[in-house]
Design a protein around this ligand. Sequence first.
Ligand code: COA
Length: 141
Amino acid sequence: MNIRYTNEINAVDWQQVSKIIRDIGWGERSPEELKSAFQQSSFTRFAYVKNDLVGMGRTVDDGKYYGWVVDLAILPEHQGKGIGTYILGELEEDLKPFLSTMLTAAPGKSGFYEKLGWVKQTAAYIWPRSEKQKRAFTENC
Ligand SMILES: CC(C)(COP(=O)(O)OP(=O)(O)OC[C@H]1O[C@@H](n2cnc3c(N)ncnc32)[C@H](O)[C@@H]1OP(=O)(O)O)[C@@H](O)C(=O)NCCC(=O)NCCS
């Protein structure tokens, strides 16, 4: 399968980004707010099959010391094809000059990152915004 990767942000269909986020179970995020968030990210990657956006990822960083990989998300029907691995590798490469590169695994996804050599932190904390969020990050990780 021919998969095209790009960091070209101007041609992105934000409705489709919003759909991907919804389809993987992260709930509703508006196309406009997603566009704004991605535009404020130093590094982004989008994966296309033919002309269809099937996955993406981006970073959050301070431009110098700390960088996080966030919103790595692949359409369910295109998962398991190496797309997540590829995008993650590219973003990690983009963040190489930084002091550290971090990410928070979504519940149940630790295995994906550990397989690729990411190391689980033992001292990472999150301020829980809700009981649901607290459970999500303390169970089944
Ligand atoms: C997690 C995710 C990004 C992985 O992307 P992907 O394109 O499906 O993964 P890849 O095809 O690159 O898989 C790479 C390897 O990781 C493995 N893997 C994928 N998900 C895994 C999991 N939850 N636990 C353990 N291994 C996993 C695959 O089996 C594959 O192994 P292989 O190379 O031996 O075949 C993708 O499944 C996804 O978008 N999930 C929903 C959103 C999400 O949770 N994102 C992560 C945010 S922290």
